[in-house]
Write a protein that binds this ligand. Sequence first.
Ligand code: WTA
Length: 662
Amino acid sequence: MIIRRIWISHLTYHPILAYNQYQDMSEPSLPLQITSFQEYQQVYDRSIADPEAFWAEQAETFHWHKPWDRVLDWNFTDPRVEWFQGGSLNITENCLDRHLTTRGDQTAILFEPNEPGDPEVKLSYTELHTAVCRVSNALRALGIGKGDRVCFYMPMVPELAVSVLACARIGAIHSVVFAGFSAQALADRVNDADCALIICSDYNRRGAKNIAVKDVVDDAIALGCPSVRHVLVHRNTGEAVKWNENLDRWYHEEVDGQPASCAAEVMQAEDVLFILYTSGSTGKPKGVVHTCGGYMVYTAFSFLNVFQYQPGDVYWCTADIGWITGHSYILYGPLLCGATTLMFEGVPTYPDASRFWQVCAKHKVNQFYTAPTAIRALMARGNRFVDGHDLSDLKVIGSVGEPINEEAWEWYHEHVGKGRVPIVDTWWQTETGGMMISGLGGLSPQKATFAGYPLPGVQMALIDKNSGEEVSGNPASGLLCVKFPWPSILRTTWGDHERCRTTYFTTVPGMYFTGDGARRDADGMYRIIGRVDDVINVSGHRLGTAEVENAINEHAQVVESAVVGYPHDIKGQGIYAYVIVADGVPAGDTLREEIVAMVRQEIGPIAKPDKIQFVDELPKTRSGKIMRRILRKVASGDTGALGDTSTLLNPEAVESVIAGVV
Ligand code: WTA
């Protein structure tokens, strides 16, 4: 410990010198790793008393081309947040180059394919570095450079990880779109960011199916994507694809033969690293923007502390890189810390519901990170799929994406953790970039369904929704907000800063509003209750109810619709749609199927309604707003306590909605 402190204080004045020196050191320096709950409490207090000193200390452990002039400059009114202003760096030098002398031969990415019998792929840090450099050179040869946007629509294969990092290496901005979205949704995202390039595969393997993703890209292009200059196609399954001579290029033809080294673009700390689209309560999904310096520091710090990663451990996060969890905790966080990160191509139930546990046993996984929806789905298949697998190497198991219910928590604890392995329930968001409230594996007290305490540097607040005042003391409940910037807070929403301001910074002036409600118990531990806005969380995927309604309303015979979430045993929330159809249109199963098909076409299968109820009218307020509170209760089967409906414009609508519940 003492040695580390001396080292850090030395670094304070010489970050560049430090980098040159640590080329000769046995290990690259990493952010502080807390080792006890008592230390957490001390570090937390210190991080709040002087956030700038605290984060500067963490940032100094990385390689910077030029040290920053100012640690933090911010206000939450514009809003404007700048960390490490004036500093310059490249995140991939920190993910890759600086590990080469000490762990060049260590596996960086361990790839487990969809088919259990297919060979696994191990990319060492040296191999990953070479692969990233080749792709970086190929991208530059295609005319892609700093600030250009590159869209990804790919399966979970090593080429995805390599190419995302290649973008970061040359300063191109990556925008990864989950490959389950529809052509329309893909085109919307490509056009919002004016992407110059799309990188995709020919086909994706998912369980027993191969999915023709290049076809989806072709359809998106046909819808009109004027900014796209090329489509780079990775040959994954090798099945036939249509070819557009003007646009399409084979990945292997562009990449093979490129030089194995590539100078990294020197980026300003506040240059954009990536855009990631996420749903909000209104309008189309927005592009959340993260920047290089703060994101790097925070993802590494949080990874190291929450998972208590030790050198040599094998870490596995089952998320898809199409979501923020994959960005921060499959790629950047782990690689920044020199970890071995497992990347899984398949699905949890293929060939059967024991796949996760087989993979854990096969690779002796030490940290495992998944979503409650997966836990519930596997729990429902029965204990025989998990019991009997050797999970003795597990040291920490994590949960993310949605509230974990008590039954799922207990099952995870007992059957996966064998009652011995600590669970970290990590609360965070696309916008926060990294984990915000979570236990530190094995150090913090844990309680089923509680995410626990905020990470160092994270200043949470609960706000009374009526008074707008912060609720102090414990226990307490309210709107979950953050009072002070942390390094990986979103900087803006792409192309529309005003939307960022109104979405996150006006509900509670002077604070970042998360959209979640939470409570704090007598011990000060946080429990997340869920979204308080019109966002629903289906199997850990965020969807705006307005977005789904817009898709339903595209159907020619639909007059109006209202979408709400309802409790679903496996998905957490299911999608319940109330639909008014045009006069004389037969409302039955055929129309239901057409509506579902419409949603698949507009957004993708993840957004398809689980239940559709045809109604004659929707309960509305006198100002014409749909009373979603009532619709939510009806969809949840909770019709006993609907509250006062007399102020409605059409109270009789409530009766008819209740009568027609599906
Ligand atoms: C929810 C995922 C309860 C929450 C990283 C948040 C959670 C939204 C948890 C963000 C958790 C995420 N407990 N709820 N541990 N983690 N959420 O942007 O409602 O896909 O606002 O980021 O998921 O979803 P997103």
